[in-house]
Design a binder for this molecule. Structure first.
Ligand SMILES: NC(=O)c1ccc[n+]([C@@H]2O[C@H](COP(=O)([O-])OP(=O)(O)OC[C@H]3O[C@@H](n4cnc5c(N)ncnc54)[C@H](O)[C@@H]3O)[C@@H](O)[C@H]2O)c1
Length: 429
């Protein structure tokens, strides 16, 4: 049987759960450039909360695993991944301030792999990209750094990650995995590797570019669908109809898609469509639907703030210096991830009106929010009362109490998620 020793490069929301899963069966070395992340993981804790301390502890090894020793060792030392023969890259794929794809982490990770990859080894990319990135952008970096020849000395694969942070039901092994390889034989090897740990099974795509495209359209489709219901929400607001009531009625038809309006933040859905748009534009096609969806979704934060202010004015609540509580700051419920959260846009738009905003989020880390956004946030439920309350994120903790207890007698309650008792709220998105 072939010897398998896996290196996972990039131990974030995607890399760590994957490394943990492979470590239940193979020797695995997790590599990350962030020293503090390595120290935290080797102490048995994952701050992203994707892998529990118990589960992480059950696979952690205090040393680089031997050839047949299953388990996970995490490191920032390049030499520790030299003995691996499968390199899986799970580094971020952000956009820059002009929304152009920033492939820097992928280039750096490819250099890292290029320094250690040996003859016959396979590198598999999992980061979300546009079609062509693996073979046209990453592989040349490995060839240059290693001096090896692609599809002769080393091989490549692409297997997109589909996890959903905070979702304890659809965990990595329970999601069908798309696999692909740079030759048919490598496609089969990559598929066999994932098949051996993914209980939901695999789908072998015909090639790397097909697998890359499949992932980027999954997230773009979601973005466009949410943009459509966000636009509906704006229309129904003008017409004086409750969007959630309309959606509930329409969803009784068998083929109506049950999307809800909302803030589209995070690291994936609000970012990946720009990757697809960029490659299309680069090849002379100017996407309309994809970018229209992005424009609508990116303006929802300000829209929500404006609606809250209108509700306050209608109720004769003075806006300037009003105290508004924003409940939830993470980009989605029940996870600590604040990357690209659009609740930030709600907060800054409210502050533009001279409103004093208090942010309460039991999941987000105050230090992350301070560092990334320059905002203060409280973990504890405030004891004072507010002129307005905006439920921005449906964390499980918020369902446990009557949020009217946090409101002054004359108040506005605005429900972004459509999950509060409709009798309590002045308006919903
Ligand atoms: N988070 C998700 O829900 C999700 C889901 C599916 C796919 N993806 C995709 O997976 C990829 C990774 O996303 P993530 O959420 O895990 O990111 P992340 O920011 O949580 O983690 C990335 C890790 O990579 C490390 N890193 C950065 N550059 C590195 C380098 N050159 N060498 C080694 N380590 C490096 C960082 O320190 C960090 O720990 C992205 O392309 C993303 O679009 C993410």
């Amino acid at each position: 049987m072939e010897k398998i020793k896996v290196a996972v490069v990039g131990l974030g929301y995607v890399g760590l759960p994957l490394a943990r899963l492979f470590a239940t069966r193979y020797p695995v070395v997790g590599f990350d450039v962030k020293k503090s992340r390595i120290a935290e993981l080797m102490s048995g804790h994952d701050a992203t909360l994707e892998v529990s301390d118990d589960v992480l502890g059950s696979v952690l090894l205090p040393h680089v695993p031997g050839e047949t020793e299953k388990g996970l060792y995490c490191t920032d030392n390049l030499n520790d991944i030299r003995s691996c023969n499968y390199y899986i890259v799970t580094v971020p794929t952000p956009v820059d301030k002009h929304h152009n794809p920033d492939l820097t982490p992928l280039y750096r990770a490819s250099e890292t792999v290029g320094k250690v990859i040996g003859k016959g080894d396979i590198v598999i990319y999992e980061s979300t990209v546009y079609p062509g990135v693996t073979e046209e952008e990453c592989v040349p970096v490995i060839e240059k750094t290693s001096g090896l020849v692609f599809n002769q000395d080393f091989f490549a694969g692409y297997s997109p990650e589909r996890i959903n942070p905070g979702d304890k039901e659809h965990t990595v092994e329970k999601i069908k995995k798309i696999t692909s390889g740079s030759t048919p034989e490598i496609g089969e090897k990559v598929d066999a590797l994932y098949r051996s740990v993914i209980t939901a099974g695999t789908f072998r795509a015909s090639g790397i570019r097909v697998a890359e495209a499949a992932k980027v359209i999954e997230n773009s489709q979601r973005d466009i669908n949410i943009a459509f219901v966000n636009e509906l929400s704006k229309i129904f607001n003008v017409l004086g109809i409750d969007t959630f009531e309309v959606l509930e009625a329409a969803a009784t038809k068998w083929n109506f898609l049950p999307f809800k309006p909302g803030l589209v933040g995070g690291h994936c859905i609000g970012v990946d469509p720009y990757y697809l748009a960029q490659i299309a534009q680069d090849r002379g096609y100017h996407p309309e639907v994809i970018l229209a969806g992005r424009r609508i979704n990116d303006t929802m934060g300000e829209y929500i703030a404006n609606r809250v202010v209108k509700c306050m004015i209608k109720k004769d609540i003075p806006v300037r210096n009003a105290k508004v509580l924003v409940m939830g700051f993470t980009f989605k419920e029940n996870c600590p991830d604040v990357r690209n959260t659009k609740v930030y846009n709600v907060v800054t738009a409210l502050e533009d009106y001279g409103i004093q905003v208090t942010i309460y989020d039991p999941w987000a880390k105050p230090e992350d929010v301070r560092k990334e956004y320059g905002l203060e946030l409280t973990h504890e439920c405030p004891e004072e009362t507010f002129d307005s309350i905006i439920l921005a994120v449906a964390h499980q903790e918020f369902a446990k109490f009557d949020i009217r207890s946090l409101a002054k007698e004359k108040h506005v309650i605005y429900d972004v998620k459509g999950c509060l008792n409709p009798a309590w709220v002045d308006a919903r998105l």
